[in-house]
Design a protein around this ligand. Sequence first.
Ligand code: SAM
Length: 259
Amino acid sequence: MELQIGDIQETALITLAIRASETARSNARIKDYLAKEIIDTLGVEFSQYDHFMSHEGVVARTIMYKNQLQELIDQYPDALCVNLGCGFDDKFVQVDNGQIMWYDVDLPDILSIRRKVCKDRERCVMKEGSALESDWTKGLPQRSTNIIVMEGVLEYFTKEQVETCLNILCDSFEHGYLLAELHHPILGRNTKHHDSVKYTNAEFHWGTKSGREYLELEPRMSLISERSYNEEMKKYSFRAKLFAFFLPFLNNRLAVYKW
Ligand SMILES: C[S@@+](CC[C@H](N)C(=O)[O-])C[C@H]1O[C@@H](n2cnc3c(N)ncnc32)[C@H](O)[C@@H]1O
């Protein structure tokens, strides 16, 4: 099947392919049954997207995002959670406590594919929207706090687009947390050297050396924590250990902001 999707949207196939192939392993570190179901339903060849360092990075970040999200949900058990740029990721099942309200938001072409396999659930709803426009934020239920998850999305935005997105979040939600994936400026200039993204037409853009650089774009936010994916990746392979030792700054990071 030929999928008609935009350039950045195609990168959602990378994480989909990796989570499905990891789930199929006998010693799987993460389980994502929706990913496997989507791949089986679409019948598309995905092997070009699943390469070693990307695989390890996606597994690591999936674990780190889950743990971080779990910690926040323990503090705010009835939070409103939004996976902004959700792609085909099914985080809701990993952290559902029976109370949270969850929205999976992405561009219409991605959600039209997602809807072929996935139906809205009682507290987990899909909503078409762009991180660069505020329409999707209207009419959401009020909860004690808001947790916005952006995994593998902001790397594809220019500095101006990151600023627009951060401003929309602070204008639309009175209080909240943002879980953001950050990347180094060197990666921002080197999409062609990334082992999986180089096979797509997507390009990385503005990167940061520190999560504090976001605060200049949106002073209402404060930086709570910033951790490299090396923390998790180096547990599993010698190559990741070497990478973490020689180029510690180069891996992506999970940053948590509060406003
Ligand atoms: C690398 S994928 C990550 C998907 C998912 N977060 C994950 O970790 O599997 C990037 C995602 O960002 C989405 N995206 C790109 N631009 C967007 C925008 N302006 N608004 C919302 N989502 C966007 C793409 O459609 C795609 O699903």
